[in-house]
Design a protein around this ligand. Structure first.
Ligand SMILES: [Zn+2]
Length: 545
């Protein structure tokens, strides 16, 4: 053993090792854990006193890992105007304020307004008055609609006309003039004006998001879709992460999912079975401990609260609306099987039970036709899952990846969307564990708040914003929630051999918490403090000892 370059003592270590769940001291050398012990004296040989850190009883855990987040999207959102206000006057004031320091003709992008709080959507004419020389784009808190001003409508040729849009709507006043409100897929028109973002902008977004993540105890994240589609920001998005890393600004270890839109036919030898993919045969697993390609991300359906998810029976209170799939079922199935065959892991976004059936059928068919050991495919969200689908996911080794924080932030809308008969299907956790499935922790940030302690809190407490219980039978213990947000997320990245627990040989990534989240009363988990975050054996946030 090398002499450790860091020895942490007097800690309450939650190791995630089921055999030895607690320890008091950890030794680190060259970014790896080289010793874990109950008694610090067992590890102290050859350690200079200056390299010993006394945590004075604070809790040390493996660094948190968010298994599904949108890092660039979140980083960009931090630079947007915060529209979480109570009145339209306040909203217009904030836009005017931003206009004052934005160059002539530039974009003013804001997010977070809620017309149920402000009384109405913002209006193009009012926006033209406060920002006549700028392009204004204000996103609704749901991300399902937005409002733009006249210069943007002019760019789009929509100043005076509102043609029909597939899967969306350009809202008009009684005289037929567009009001600036764009719903659902009509929003893509604006996206086409602003994307692709320059790499420098995306690199800054990666950097600023990463600093925030460190302050929340995160040391790893999985980014749930780069490179194209409506979720990706640029076809060369990976280059932003590479640049951030070269500049020393990639704060956390990152796994990148590649959206299926970026996949294209490849002229490989037929014996290779690689008919589709991204160039050079890059696929899941390429990269290193800091930056790695993850699964292909494919959207099979939409949103529960927006009532666009693919359900087998209509939404509550709707006679006919069962949502819809994002593409032809056969086309989605073919894409999943082709990616599997080409060696990719696949992460299928599937919210409604009909979409979940499609994903499970495709994974089943892929495994039968092109068997390979432990493909570990994922279903993102798995939001409204029938009991038989839990059993089937377990049998297929498919990992549902849910979002704990949705309980508070979207829970009331979800309960209303499925009605009383299907509430027991929502965002399962306990039944997954009971079926032998590994639970991961994730937020879908910026859709919901991303601090892992908030996510853990909701995984345990399961309450909506209005205080209603959110499918409480699926609550898990704090110990299970902590395991999900560390080891479970590492498992969902097929990286549990190198991280996710405090064990010899693993990466020295830790969070230090003010108290033990497993020991405090469940109502206090969200209020715990992240004292320090260590990545690769280096202190990256906070203070030690
Ligand atoms: Zn997402």
């Amino acid at each position: 053993m090398y002499a450790p370059d860091l020895l942490i003592v007097n800690a309450r270590v939650r190791t995630m090792n089921p055999v030895r769940p607690l320890a008091a001291a950890v030794a680190v050398s060259a970014g790896r854990i080289v010793g874990v012990a109950h008694d610090a004296r067992d590890l102290a040989d050859g350690v200079p006193p200056g390299n010993v850190v006394d945590l004075k009883g604070a809790t040390l855990i493996p660094g948190f890992h968010d298994a599904h987040n949108h890092m660039v999207g979140y980083g960009l959102s931090l630079a947007e105007v915060d529209l979480r206000v109570g009145t339209l006057d306040e909203l217009y004031d904030r836009v005017a304020e931003r206009a004052a320091d934005t160059p002539f003709g530039g974009w003013i992008v804001g997010a977070g307004y809620d017309q149920t709080r402000t009384g109405a959507h913002p209006d193009r004419d009012a926006l033209d008055r406060v920002a006549p020389d700028h392009r204004v784009w204000l996103k609704h808190t749901s991300s399902h609609m937005c409002v733009v001003n006249s210069p943007v409508l002019c760019d789009l040729g929509l100043d005076a006309v509102a043609p029909p849009v597939d899967g969306g709507r350009i809202a008009t006043d009684p005289a037929g003039r567009p009001t600036g409100l764009l719903e659902e897929r009509a929003q893509e028109l604006v996206g086409n004006l602003t994307r692709p973002y320059p790499l420098a902008t995306l690199t800054d977004a990666v950097a600023v998001a990463g600093q925030r993540y460190l302050s929340e105890g995160l040391t790893s994240v999985t980014e749930a879709g780069v490179g194209g589609g409506w979720i990706g920001q640029s076809p060369v998005e990976l280059a932003a992460y590479t640049a951030a890393r070269e500049q020393g600004r990639l704060a956390v270890r990152t796994e990148l999912m590649v959206v299926s839109d970026a996949f294209h036919p490849l002229a490989a030898h037929p014996a290779d079975g690689i008919a589709t993919g991204i160039d050079l045969g890059l696929r899941t697993g390429f990269g290193d401990d800091w930056l790695r390609l993850g699964p292909m991300k494919i959207f099979t359906d939409g949103s529960l609260v927006g009532r666009t998810a693919g359900m087998s029976a209509p939404f509550h209170g709707d006679d006919f609306n069962r949502g819809y799939l994002q593409a032809d079922a056969e086309q989605l199935t073919r894409a999943i099987i082709a990616a599997h065959r080409a060696g990719w892991r696949v992460a299928a976004h599937a919210i409604g039970d009909r979409a979940i059936d499609l994903a499970l059928d495709a994974f089943d068919a892929a495994a039968r036709r092109y068997p390979r050991p432990d493909p570990r495919h994922r279903i993102e969200h798995f939001a409204a899952a029938r009991p038989d689908q839990v059993a089937r996911a377990a049998a297929l080794g498919v990992l549902p990846v849910g979002q704990g924080r949705f309980a508070t932030e979207l829970g009331d809308g979800m309960l209303a969307a499925v009605g009383p008969d299907r509430q027991s299907w929502l965002y399962r956790q306990r039944s997954l564990l009971d079926a032998g499935i590994v639970l991961a922790g994730s937020s879908d940030r910026p859709v919901a708040s991303g601090a892992p302690l908030l996510g853990m809190h909701d995984m345990v407490n399961r309450r909506t914003a209005s205080g209603a219980p959110f499918n409480p039978a699926e609550a898990v213990t704090a110990a299970a929630a902590l395991r999900a947000y560390t080891w479970g997320s590492a498992y969902a990245s097929q990286a549990e051999q190198m991280k996710g627990s405090v064990e010899v040989g693993k990466l020295a990534d830790f969070a230090v918490l003010s108290e033990d989240p497993v020991a405090v009363s469940p109502g206090r988990i969200a209020g715990l403090e992240v004292i320090a975050t260590i990545v690769d054996g280096q202190l990256r946030y906070g203070t030690l000892g």
